[in-house]
Design a protein around this ligand. Structure first.
Ligand code: BGC
Length: 265
């Protein structure tokens, strides 16, 4: 039996989905993998373990749409789907494509995903989705003032909140630091590509966060992405004035935030 068939045993049946108005399927499209799980919207918890399929190369609309459709099939999903995308998204349309195939620029991502899955799909920027989940259920819960979530992954994503309200599509990962795109210096991929120690990379992250702080004076930085689980290796070295905390929801934040916005966006 294939892995996908055996894993559907853990998944919700269609009648269970219909009974649960308070759930949505969250899909997180990343540079290396596309992950999905149904989410309980009261708690932000995943209702089953998540499924992951590697991001296709090239990551064209048709190829990515087919993977999202396959993930929806694995959960036998027919309800609303929230889907993250690593780009500026306005009214469902991608306006940039830093770490995905350039053919996405100008593509109606909502329409591509809805056609591929046959479900109502709401698409949003990946860092915005992760930030929404952290503010609702994670490290930003109850935080007022200016909160900036920075995700350090393949690229750098940002989500900015004023008294809990999201200002979408901020794209602070593309600020210029000493003549270079910030994500080329301080993303998690930049650390690996440049073979930096945690100590060396912390200096680049610090320089970047100090630049963001100089421009926006946030009250709190939340650091997300896979490196949030290794926060002890670099957060103590940061010298910004604002408080800095690691994200609390790990790799599930994007899925949970996307699911929330599918029902409430
Ligand atoms: C993109 C952002 C995205 C971030 C994290 C950046 O390169 O421009 O839209 O949020 O990567 O994936």
């Amino acid at each position: 039996m294939s892995a996908s068939l055996s894993s559907t045993r853990d998944h919700l049946s269609m009648s269970e989905q219909a009974a649960s108005e308070r759930s949505a399927l969250g899909v997180d499209i990343g540079g290396s993998g596309i992950k999905a799980a149904p989410v309980d919207l009261a708690s932000g918890q995943l209702l089953t373990r998540r499924e992951r399929i590697p991001t296709p190369e090239p990551s064209t609309p048709a190829a990515v749409g087919e993977i999202v459709a396959e993930l929806a099939r694995r959960f036998e999903w027919t309800g609303p789907i929230g889907c993250t995308f690593p780009a500026v998204i306005k009214r469902g349309v991608a306006l940039s494509a830093a770490n995905v195939d350039k053919s996405w620029i100008g593509t109606d991502v909502d329409a591509v995903m809805s056609a591929a899955t046959g479900c109502a799909v709401t698409v949003m920027n990946d860092a915005d989705a992760a930030g929404v989940a952290e503010m609702r259920w994670g490290a930003g819960r109850g935080e007022e003032g200016l909160v900036i979530m920075i995700t350090l992954g393949t690229g750098i994503g940002s989500a900015l909140f004023i008294d809990g309200i999201l200002v979408p599509n901020t794209e602070l990962g593309h600020l210029e630091i000493r003549g270079k795109d910030a994500e080329a210096r301080a993303s998690a991929n930049a650390r690996e590509d440049r073979k930096l120690s945690w100590h060396e990379w912390a200096e680049d992250v610090d320089e970047y966060l100090r630049h963001v702080e100089h421009l926006l004076s946030p009250d709190l930085f939340i650091i997300g992405g896979g490196v949030s689980t290794k926060a002890d290796r670099f957060v103590p070295r940061l010298t910004v004035t604002a408080r800095v905390v690691p994200a609390a929801m790990g790799n599930d934040a994007g899925i949970a935030g996307a699911a929330h916005l599918a029902r409430n966006g």
